[in-house]
Ligand binder design. Structure first.
Ligand SMILES: *[C@@H]1O[C@H](CO)[C@@H](O)[C@H](O)[C@H]1NC(C)=O
Ligand SMILES: *[C@@H]1O[C@H](CO)[C@@H](O)[C@H](O)[C@H]1NC(C)=O
Length: 512
């Protein structure tokens, strides 16, 4: 027996060619947020006793390293705009605000010889203002901006001692903020900190050592685990928070269905995501097998005495394994991979020599103002499924997702379509595939300093006028659309906020 209502819904579903039936809603306990990072928004680079970090240093001593020769000296001036920014967050209706703490604002030398009172005051005020407005602080301890003295005097993350300095820093954070902060992540995008910062001249400190990325990764994994265990030992019982790590997952697809391309894509996923996820989230722990094998083989070819990839002791493997309460995931786009030997394609953006894999963007796909970022929403769902399979469906919180443009449009349909498309795929991963995704933060709350690209690429829901000393914020269409998604808990493709022109619906929507 079916009742009348079911019958009507059934007919409606047929009529709408099932599209209505596929309109999933966000689960009741699903949390929404927006994200920023300290160096990209705070400004006040030398205010209130803050120390110099590697981005201050690089932008000041080597301005041409930044596309528009800009820096984060003032950025969005968020340091001076706590009340205004929290009001905007409140207006969006977010459950949490993901921001990062500037290590050098808390510890100017990077070490605990001096704890900067103004740094403690600033983050206390931000946290308290958020909580007073019912918004949870979601804190990243390290987002690219290492204190310069730790780089200059200690060699940065090439030096294993940094794991101890990081643990000391984490201790200061738990002690001062842990009574109110429940959601912590240690590092943002370790693959990029290490591969782009220590094995390529892409981000500070722009060191190019073939083994640099791996040495850095080793330090970060141990540092992360130490911060996690410190929390367990001293703080968890009273503070009742949780600790995660934030790893970027570019999705790597095979370029064709050849077995060689399938293997190439799998290698790329392991070298980029598995590098940090396998040691923490897999049952056996340690680096992915394919990394160990490939790097050892390449090292032998170069007659090195041992593999460029450092080895963990069994004790370290156990220390790191399971050292997270959730997996923070950033996702933007998809690449297409073939073996390096395949000379029919040029060397693409994602080429790690030991990986033996060459991955390129789909040049024909809809783009953005970032050459590496193409609109490929189905990759998001595939990436979430890969995580589910590899690591036994851990709790995942999306902590960055978004797209850049030149920032000149308040009617930002590229971004509106991107969010509608990517969130639709995420909903399918949750409802059809059973992926354990419990939250989502859009990147970014507002336009900001986009690292080597300066202010030429804008990811914000809010536009910021960087020519005006007051740095006024203006909501783009995407801010209203995101707010509507949070309020209605579903995607509404026709929603058009007052004062904006409707967006032409993305062609990709029809292909999904
Ligand atoms: C998702 O993860 C949480 C936290 O680990 C767990 O309690 C829950 O059972 C998981 N849900 C699914 C569907 O696996
Ligand atoms: C989508 O938004 C429009 C307002 O722009 C509204 O009229 C319509 O009812 C909404 N659709 C759904 C399914 O919520």
């Amino acid at each position: 027996m079916i009742n009348f209502t079911t019958f009507v819904v059934f007919c409606f579903c047929l009529y709408e060619s099932f599209s209505y039936c596929k309109e999933y809603t966000f689960p009741n306990n699903f949390k929404f947020g927006v994200a920023t990072a300290a160096y990209q928004v705070e400004g006040a680079w030398n205010t209130g006793g803050k120390g110099e970090n590697i981005w201050d240093h690089m932008t000041h001593t080597n301005p041409s390293s930044i596309l528009d020769r800009s820096n984060g000296d003032i950025a969005c001036d968020s340091y001076h705009k706590i009340k205004e920014d929290v009001r905007l967050l409140k207006n969006l209706g977010v459950d949490f605000y993901r921001f990062s703490i500037s290590w050098s604002r808390i510890l100017p030398s990077g070490k605990t010889d001096h704890i900067n009172p103004d740094g403690i005051r600033y983050y206390n005020e931000l946290i308290d203002e958020l909580l007073a407005n019912d918004i949870k602080p979601f804190v990243t301890m390290h987002h690219y901006d290492l204190p310069q003295p730790l780089q200059e005097e200690e060699g940065g993350f090439l030096n294993l001692k940094l794991a101890d300095y990081f643990e000391d820093y984490a201790d200061v954070l738990y002690k001062n903020f842990g009574d109110r902060v429940r959601d912590w992540t240690t590092f943002n995008q370790p693959t990029l900190i290490c591969f782009l910062g220590y094995s390529g001249e892409f981000i500070a400190p722009m060191i190019t050592r073939k083994d640099g990325g791996y040495l850095c990764g080793h330090t970060l994994l141990i540092a992360h685990a130490k911060a996690y265990h410190l929390y367990n030992k001293r703080y968890r019982a009273s503070q009742k928070g949780r600790i995660g790590i934030v790893q970027n997952i570019f999705w790597f697809e095979p370029r064709t269905n050849n077995i060689e391309d399938l293997q190439a894509a799998e290698a790329a996923n392991e070298f980029n995501f598995g590098w940090f996820a396998n040691p923490i989230f897999s049952k056996e722990g340690d680096y992915p097998q394919i990394m160990k094998e490939n790097i050892e083989y390449a090292s032998k070819q170069e007659a090195l005495p041992k593999s460029r990839l450092p080895e963990f002791t069994q004790e370290e493997i156990e220390l790191i394994k399971g050292s997270a309460d959730f997996l923070g995931v950033n996702h933007y786009t998809t690449f297409y991979c073939s073996p390096v030997e395949d000379k029919s394609i040029e060397i693409g953006l994602f080429y790690i020599p030991d990986m033996n894999t060459n991955c390129i963007v789909d040049k024909t796909a809809e783009g953005s103002s970032s050459s590496w970022l193409k609109v490929k929403p189905t990759g998001f769902r595939k990436a979430l499924n890969w995580i589910k399979q590899q690591y036994d469906n851990p709790e995942v919180i999306i902590l960055e997702n978004g797209i850049s443009d030149a920032g000149n449009l308040l009617n930002d349909c590229l971004r509106v379509n991107y969010y509608n498309l990517y969130l639709t795929e995420m909903l399918k991963a949750i409802h059809e595939d059973g992926c354990n995704v419990s939250g989502y933060a859009a990147w970014s709350f507002m336009d900001n300093f986009e690292w080597r690209s300066g202010y030429t690429q804008k990811f914000g829901l809010y536009s910021v006028d960087f020519d005006d000393p007051a740095r006024p914020r203006t909501p783009k269409m995407s801010a209203f659309v995101f707010k509507n998604i949070i309020r209605e808990r579903k995607i509404n493709w026709t929603y058009t906020p007052d004062g904006f022109r409707p967006c032409e619906r993305s062609k990709i929507k029809e292909e999904l």
